[in-house]
Design a protein around this ligand. Structure first.
Ligand SMILES: [Zn+2]
Length: 77
């Protein structure tokens, strides 16, 4: 009788979920938008009004310095 209990516990087992799946490591990709220092993968935009520079996918809606609209920005690099 006591053996049956032991067997039951073993078969219910805590083994399967112990290890993290191998995919967990692959999910840690570097995010190019957040860490933009060093070699910039993004274009740089320049405000023609005040000379403000920013590196991002596109010009900002409004210049944070002089409030010029994004059509006053030009591609700098
Ligand atoms: Zn500006």
């Amino acid at each position: 009788m006591s053996q049956a209990v032991v067997n039951g516990q073993k078969s219910a087992g805590s083994i399967p979920e112990r290890r993290p799946p191998p995919d967990a490591r692959k999910k840690t990709k570097p995010t190019p938008t957040a860490a933009g220092l060093g070699s910039l993968p993004l274009p740089v935009w320049r405000c023609k009004v005040c000379g403000y520079l920013c590196a991002r996918d596109g010009p900002p809606e409004v210049c944070p310095i002089c409030k010029a609209k994004k059509d006053r920005f030009e591609r700098f690099i």
